[in-house]
Design a protein. Structure first.
Ligand code: CTP
Ligand code: MG
Length: 231
């Protein structure tokens, strides 16, 4: 079986409020999506990297001019939710020859601090696994449950992990999981949640706090500082 990366990049970035989708914000001379796609392209184990854009997106080519070559694939089939974008991307992978048993590593375009060695770790940890898994971090903070700005209770954090991406599952299994989650009305904010809803248990592969997702306006300055400190 081969390994493919699928990068959902069809969001609008509402919370980031940057006046354009956050994947097109420039950090240290390169857009967020270019950083993410580039890190994946540096992983030799990946047969190809598919970036999934919104159908009307006209900004990608200028935003990621280095994303070219036989392993750099683009599909304009993003959907209304992240799960819809991923499902459409899986279909696009199939149309390009991917099969049930191939692995798909789904990675948020907005997680632009990704390092190739983390991806390699995930692949090594999961490639012989029956289910697959994801990069994640044990939660350090005490977790409060609202609703709203009043704490109702404290969530037991001893077994709590913060999910990151990439998340690595077999194409056929992930398609089925997303389809079932949709019919059952399961809230799916990542691939693993759909897999868990089938009763399967994804492997949690420890990563780094640095593997952050730019989400809020203040996240861009932090991401930029981290990227700069690497150069
Ligand atoms: N995403 C996508 N298609 C969607 C929604 C999200 O491909 N319909 C992608 C985003 O582009 C991002 C990743 O999924 O790379 C993670 O989602 P999130 O951080 O929620 O990004 P946005 O949905 O763009 O941001 P917001 O929720 O603040 O609008
Ligand atoms: Mg979103």
């Amino acid at each position: 079986p081969r390994c493919f990366a699928l990068v959902p990049a069809a969001g609008v970035g509402e919370r980031a409020a940057q006046g354009r989708p956050k994947q097109y914000v420039e950090l240290v001379g390169r857009t967020v999506v270019a950083h993410s796609a580039d890190a994946l392209m540096q992983v030799p184990a990946l047969a190809a990297v598919l970036v999934v854009l919104a159908p009307q997106d006209g900004a990608f080519e200028a935003a990621a001019p280095m994303f070219v070559g036989p392993r750099a694939w683009v599909a304009r089939c993003g959907g209304a939710t992240r799960a819809d974008t991923v499902a459409a991307g899986l279909q696009a992978l199939r149309e390009r020859g991917a099969r049930d048993e191939d692995w798909v590593l789904v990675h948020d375009a907005a997680r632009c601090l990704l390092r190739p060695e983390w991806v390699q770790n995930l692949i090594e940890a999961c490639v012989d696994d029956a289910v697959g898994g994801l990069l994640a971090m044990p939660v350090a903070d005490t977790l409060k449950h609202g609703p709203g700005q009043r704490a109702q209770r404290t969530v037991d954090r001893r077994d709590a992990w913060a999910a990151q991406t990439p998340q690595m599952f077999r194409l056929g299994l992930l398609e089925r999981a997303l389809r079932e989650a949709k019919t059952q009305g399961v809230v799916v904010t990542d691939e693993a949640s759909a897999i868990e809803a089938l009763g399967l248990r994804p492997l949690l592969v420890p990563c780094s706090m640095e593997n952050l997702k730019v989400t809020l306006p203040q996240d861009f300055a932090l991401a930029e500082r981290l990227l700069r400190s690497r150069a």
